[in-house]
Ligand binder design. Structure first.
Ligand SMILES: [Zn+2]
Length: 189
C-alpha cells in the first residue's frame, strides 16, 4: 500500500524538481504531465473548470492543484506506518463502540485495552478497541469474556491510514480511489 497524502506545496516542489508527475483523468483516460505540461493544462482548465478544481495563484501563473501525483523514484521514500494514536484507533473502528456496536462522536468514545493494562495488556493495535463510556465502565478491569462482552471484530493494525480512508468517502477526493498502488501521492488541497 503506497498511497500517501501530501500538501499541495510539497506536491509542487516534487513536480518542479521532476521527482514526480501529475496523473489526471480525462473522461475514462488517465494522462500524465510533467510540470511544464501541467502549467499548460492548468491554463486550459482555467477556462473550462471541472468540479472541485482548485488553483494556486502566483504573480505569473495560475496552476491547478493536482489531485494525484506519481513519484518517479519511489524507492527513496520510506514506508510510513500508521501512527498508533487515539484518533487513528477511533477512525479504524469507524467511530463505533466495538462492544455494543453503536456509533458516537469521538468525544463520547474511549480506548479500551482488551487485556487490561493492569493485567499486562499492551498498548498495541491488536489489544485496543474503541468503546463507549457505558461499555468501558461495564467491562472495567476484566477481560471481555469475564464481563460476558464480545468484540464486533478482532482488532488489527490498519494497512492504510484510517483518516485517509475517511477521506476516500468524500467526493472531493474520489479520484484517489483509483490510485491505491505503490508510489502515488494524493494531494490534500
Ligand atoms: Zn458500547
Amino acid at each position: 500500500m503506497g498511497l500517501r497524502v501530501v500538501t499541495a506545496r510539497r506536491a509542487f516542489v516534487l513536480l518542479f524538481k521532476s521527482d514526480a508527475e501529475v496523473i489526471d483523468v480525462d473522461g475514462e483516460i488517465f494522462l500524465t504531465f510533467d510540470f511544464t505540461a501541467w502549467v499548460d493544462r492548468s491554463r486550459a482548465r482555467l477556462y473550462a473548470p471541472v468540479d472541485h478544481d482548485l488553483f494556486v495563484r502566483t504573480p505569473r501563473l495560475q496552476v491547478l492543484v493536482p489531485k494525484v501525483i506519481r513519484l518517479l523514484e519511489y524507492d527513496r521514500l520510506p514506508r510510513r506506518e500508521v501512527k498508533f494514536n487515539r484518533r487513528n484507533i477511533i477512525a479504524r473502528d469507524e467511530y463505533r463502540c466495538q462492544y455494543c456496536g453503536k456509533r458516537f462522536s469521538a468525544s463520547h468514545l474511549s480506548i479500551d485495552h482488551i487485556i487490561p493494562k493492569s493485567r499486562g495488556g499492551k498498548s498495541i493495535w491488536t489489544n485496543v478497541a474503541t468503546a463507549c463510556n457505558p461499555c468501558n465502565t461495564r467491562k472495567g478491569g476484566r477481560l471481555p469474556w469475564e464481563a460476558s462482552m464480545h468484540l464486533l471484530r478482532s482488532p488489527q493494525m490498519p494497512r492504510r491510514n484510517p483518516t485517509l480512508t475517511d477521506k476516500l468517502r468524500n467526493r472531493r477526493y474520489e479520484m484517489w480511489n483509483y490510485f491505491l498502488r505503490d508510489g502515488e501521492l494524493a494531494i490534500d488541497g
